[in-house]
Design a protein around this ligand. Sequence first.
Ligand code: HEM
Length: 222
Amino acid sequence: MMSTFLYAIFPYLALALAVGVGLYRYFFDRFSWSSQSSQLLESRVLYWGSVSWHYPIVIILLAHLLAFLFPTGWGVLLGRPLRLYLLEATGLALALCALAGLGLLMLRRAMHSQLAAVSTPLDWIVLFCLLLQTATGILIAFTLRWGSVWYLHTAAPWLWSLLRLNPEVQLMTVLPLVVQVHAVNAFVLVALFPFSRLVHLVSIPITYLWRPPQVTIWQRRS
Ligand code: HEM
């Protein structure tokens, strides 16, 4: 019963919340659609934490997505031991870098008195879920070799079964607990997305790339 909820109902609930509440916020509360930058309060640690977190985690998510979208090609890519070791080692190095970045961002928020004062409980819940996600990912990579291969025959088909609206719960229930926590927590993050700073994920200001440059001119009275 619990596994039916976790692997056949909860993912749809999380997605419905993400899309429904996300669209509501976008159309009716547009100015809240941001991550409310804390750069003015502190910028040095933010830079190092943010860079070490964002670049590696985006590449890791891209690898998750590619393996999900092109399982056959991904399988061929990993068909040679050297390529498998290189990919796993790169994934692990990136994940450790992301963990360090996230740690920095969390410490910064806790240690800086003004930042701690403006942080909400939801900010902390999201940060702890991201920490759990990254830590369980690293634990899987360290202890359950070779995740990039068995992912193609377990988690990826489960995700596809969700897309086909015919969830194959048994594909996930046979996996070790740490993998189940990793998979369920991913959907917890999806559910939290529209209520939290995570909405900035889909509000990257890409128009900066083509809009005319803006020049700020300070006018000081002497
Ligand atoms: C919010 C979404 C997610 C994030 C941020 C995330 C993050 C991570 C990280 C940091 C790693 C370690 C990277 C490595 O060592 O290669 C990892 C590995 C892994 N993740 Fe995720 N993950 C997410 C969603 C998922 C989902 C939905 C599944 C499957 C249901 C999944 C399955 C796996 C598996 C099997 C591994 C081990 C890969 C390996 O050993 O090479 N992840 N994940």
